[in-house]
Design a protein around this ligand. Structure first.
Ligand code: AMP
Ligand code: ZN
Length: 494
């Protein structure tokens, strides 16, 4: 299956690199296949995730699927940040978890469990394959041990806790292409820090205060700094160096440079000319989903979360399609029209897949592929191998689905194989699944069908006035009648 070598863009070197696994396995021994170990920074579970966050996990999932397509056995960790970190990236400001707990009148622990479950439900709705989800609160003892091992050489204490001195490691900030001492002023910065970029390894609870989530440590009662957990869980579950570390592009600036500095300190490795000294061989970042009206911000009342899309009648996988239509390193602008177009594209694919399945006689038995299909298989593999070019891969999938004079069972088999990378779930979807009733709709599906049946009778009797009246009546209730729709839809909710 391995045709084109898999090339991935490493943010650390800012270049495309051929993926060479840390654990190549034993060639020819099916019991020791080559492995790929991936760590993805997960959510802080103090609130629902917005669809921008979910783009990061759709990207990481597609990466994992591509590695499997290339024959690697995948171990993929997405951590759950259930210790409240603070409201800025620099890990300063208020504790998000405790703030939400106070607002909702629940414990911080309940808040974390609730939003983790909601996050996992969203992942499933987007066909994200199951992954390991370690919780930060389960690794606090390991974080304290890590802190102890680096404290002497790399840290200093202030009243507010233990801080990492970024000048003690070589090449600090290379990932962000930033200077250590860029004079950048940070909101709510801590007095006494040696360098502007120094960050907390341990945050001591201020005297006279108690937090719901706090632990004893050699640096007083308090909580770990946010950056520490990913270093610790990455090392514990995947071992250094592991293959790939991913996150959203914002993490390239502060969170990941800080993780890298901690890893260098812990492993006693020095400069980053050898990327493995950072803890991972390749660092990958997805660009942002943007939305101009500010509906992505969790502080705005109704923000863009997957459930809102569903409430408006868009199947969650239309959002996955929308993500795949853009390259992960490009910014993607959200619009309802764009989401509608992605849904229509998905519907077409589902219908073509179903048609091929209906025509297929039996299951495709692996044998020499028809020439057209072999060409498309190579094209698909090349697209994915070129830093996950999913927009191109989707086009190739569509070409497979529209092949003429090719055994339908081969089309079904290869469309299914390609979809194992894209994750649209074509084999399990039907046209009907994709038609969701918006929450605000007042008319039921049965009523719509009944009205359409009456309209059909009126038209058959050439009573066009009655037929138009029914059409207008439906329009008044938000239902658009779709005469002559190429996909064969009779109506949609407008
Ligand atoms: P957070 O819970 O804020 O750490 O975010 C979870 C993940 O979503 C991180 O990998 C972020 O980099 C990523 N992320 C946040 N906002 C967006 C966005 N608008 N588009 C894409 N990814 C995002
Ligand atoms: Zn992280």
């Amino acid at each position: 299956m391995t045709d084109a070598p898999l090339k991935l863009f490493n943010s650390l070197t800012r270049s495309l690199e051929v993926f060479e696994p840390v654990h190549p396995g034993v060639p020819g021994d099916p019991a020791s296949p080559p492995e790929a170990r991936v760590y993805t920074c997960g959510p802080t579970v103090y609130n629902y995730q917005h669809i921008g966050n979910m783009r990061a996990y759709v990207f990481a999932d597609t990466l994992g699927r591509a590695l499997q397509w290339k024959g690697y056995r995948l171990t993929h960790v997405v951590n759950i940040t259930d210790v409240g970190h603070l409201t800025s990236d620099a890990d300063e400001g208020e504790d998000k978890m405790e703030k939400m707990a106070a607002r909702e009148g629940k414990s911080a622990w309940d808040i974390a469990r609730y939003y983790q479950a909601d996050f996992e439900a969203d992942l499933a709705r987007l066909n994200v394959q199951p992954k390991q989800h370690p919780r930060a609160t389960e690794y606090v003892a390991a974080m304290i041990d890590w802190g102890k091992s680096i404290a002497d050489k790399h840290c200093y204490e202030l009243d507010s806790g233990l801080y990492f001195d970024v000048s003690t490691v070589a090449d600090y900030g290379r990932l962000a292409r930033a200077q250590t001492d860029d004079g950048e002023s940070r909101i709510g910065d801590v007095e006494g820090k040696r360098n502007a970029a120094d960050f907390a390894i341990w945050r001591r609870t201020p005297p006279g205060e108690t937090r719901q989530m706090e632990w004893d440590s050699p640096w007083g009662r308090g909580a770990p700094g946010w950056h520490l957990e990913c270093s610790v869980m990455g090392e514990a579950l995947l071992g250094f160096p592991f293959d790939i570390h991913t996150g959203g592009i914002d993490h390239r600036e502060i969170h990941h440079p800080n993780e890298i500095a901690q890893n260098q300190a812990y492993c006693c490795t020095n400069g980053l000319d050898d990327p493995r000294n950072s803890g991972a061989k390749i660092w990958m970042h997805n660009n942002f989903l943007v939305e101009r009206s500010g509906k992505m911000s969790k502080s705005s009342g109704e923000f863009l979360r997957l459930q809102l899309l569903v409430d408006r009648g868009y199947h969650p996988l239309a959002y996955r399609m929308m993500c795949l239509q853009a390259h992960y390193r490009s910014e993607l602008e959200f619009s309802w029209e764009g989401l509608g177009a992605a849904l229509t594209r998905l519907k077409r694919m589902v219908m073509a897949y179903q048609n091929a399945k209906a025509k297929a006689e039996g299951v495709w038995i692996a044998r020499a592929l028809p020439e057209q299909l072999e060409k498309l298989r190579i094209a698909f593999d090349a697209a994915i191998a070129e830093d996950l070019n999913t927009p191109e891969a989707l086009v190739v999938l569509e070409q497979v689905l529209s092949l003429k004079k090719v055994d339908s069972s081969a089309i079904v088999a290869w469309a299914t194989a390609f979809d194992s990378v894209l994750g649209l779930g074509l084999a399990d979807l039907t046209r009907a699944d994709l038609r969701l009733r918006p929450k605000a709709a007042t008319i039921t599906e049965v009523e719509i069908e009944a009205a359409l049946a009456r309209r059909k009778e009126a038209r058959a009797a050439k009573d066009f006035a009655a037929s138009d009246a029914i059409r207008d009546e439906l329009a008044g209730q938000g239902v658009e009648v779709m005469d002559g729709d190429p996909l064969g839809w009779e109506w949609k909710l407008s």
